[in-house]
Ligand binder design. Structure first.
Ligand code: NIG
Ligand code: FE
Length: 365
């Protein structure tokens, strides 16, 4: 297929890399050639006239929780009346409420719910998604969710094992941390990364260190939910382990921001959760000055961000968090692909997977 006369956004190392009047040749599900339409090789397949419309890499959602049972609409209403996310969680709602529903749900129910969410993500331009487990909280249950994620897509999923999302009420805390750092990892060959929710009301820095160090020693890439409610030091921990990304980051020190930049650990921001929980915005100026690269995620989950739409996150990131338009695009393409552990995606360059979005828009801004 040749897509001709597009405003091509390449998202290479130099930035957006806009090419007006550009063309892209696709062969065998890969991008074979990119350049001016006048120079396009004659392909054997169909030719699509883009008529100046924007053509970008398929979007990459760097943080999502797409597989779970039940719903938490009542909590949304409670928060709208002034209850906080942490108050609701302390009363046994929050993540644990979704854990109860997920444990009861059949495979078919979990797959059907996830498929509906993934198809909405695709409709909003997502072609790669980092996809977490985290709503079973047992070795067998988390590995079951991992196996179910392996049966899903499009979009192309990069599964993360998030056994350490909350402490299950029926297991002593230390035993569960040991399970997350041992037997759970032994069965998790299908995971692209291991994640920990390290925050007030979740896992401590030392628990996160135990789990992520064990994961890294077994060859997994690591990442963390870091600094959503309080800065426990998880962003610095992930950087010290050479991890893919530290996510949320409403609270993160300059020292950790510098460590992330030096390690190439991406700063993944989740504006949907930030705005919905009415948290202070993450320190974008500090992260930018430190040299961090940004990614955006929907944080798709039933509690804090029930959205599959990356364009919505881009809008919130520019209006509420202070990202520039250029940063927002790179945060859902090139740098989100690195954060998600699929660095070959998110770019519109020869050799990259032909995951493309032709937008009904002629101005990328
Ligand atoms: O990324 N912060 C922790 N985990 C999710 C929320 C999960 C839930 O509330 O079910 C998040 O916001
Ligand atoms: Fe999350």
């Amino acid at each position: 297929m040749l897509i001709a006369d597009a405003l091509v956004m390449t998202c290479g190392e130099a930035g957006l890399g806009l090419l007006p009047g550009g063309a892209v040749l696709v062969e065998d599900a890969r991008i074979a050639w990119v350049g001016p339409t006048a120079d396009a090789p004659a392909g054997a397949g169909p030719r699509v006239e883009a008529e100046g419309r924007l053509l970008t890499p398929g979007l990459v959602d760097a943080h999502a929780h797409p597989i779970f049972g039940g719903e938490r609409a009542a909590e949304f209403a409670q928060r709208a009346q002034g209850c906080s996310y942490q108050e609701i969680a302390a009363r046994g709602g929050g993540i644990l409420s979704t854990v109860r529903a997920t444990r009861e749900a059949s495979d078919e129910m979990l797959l059907a719910g996830a498929r509906a969410r993934l198809s909405r993500a695709v409709a909003h331009g997502t072609t790669t998604m980092e996809a977490k487990t985290g709503y079973a909280l047992s070795v067998d249950g988390e590995l079951r969710l991992l196996a179910l994620l392996g049966r899903l897509g499009p979009p192309t999923l990069r599964p993360s094992l998030l056994g350490a999302h909350a402490v299950p009420p029926e297991i002593p805390r230390a035993d569960y941390v040991a399970a997350c750092a041992g037997p759970m990892l032994d069965g998790a060959a299908g995971a692209a990364a291991v994640d920990v929710f390290c925050d007030e009301g979740a896992f401590t820095l030392e628990e996160a260190r135990t789990i992520l160090t064990a994961a890294k020693a077994r060859g997994f890439a690591v990442r963390a939910h870091a600094g959503q409610f309080a800065d426990l030091g998880a962003a610095g921990l992930v950087a010290s382990l050479g991890g893919l990304s530290a996510d949320h980051l409403e609270h993160v020190s300059e020292e950790q921001a510098l460590a992330m930049a030096a390690a190439g650990t991406i700063a993944t921001l989740l504006p949907g959760a930030c705005v919905q929980l009415r948290l202070p915005p993450p320190p974008v100026v500090r992260l930018r000055a430190a040299g961090c690269r940004f990614a955006l995620g929907t944080d798709l989950n039933p509690g804090s961000s029930m959205s599959e739409s990356l364009p919505l996150q881009m809008w919130l990131a520019t209006t509420h968090l202070g990202l520039t338009v250029e940063e927002a695009w790179l945060a859902v393409t090139r740098d989100a692909a690195r954060a998600a552990g699929r660095p070959e995606a998110g770019r519109l360059l020869a050799g990259a997977p032909a995951d493309l979005v032709l937008w009904d828009a002629t101005d990328y801004r």
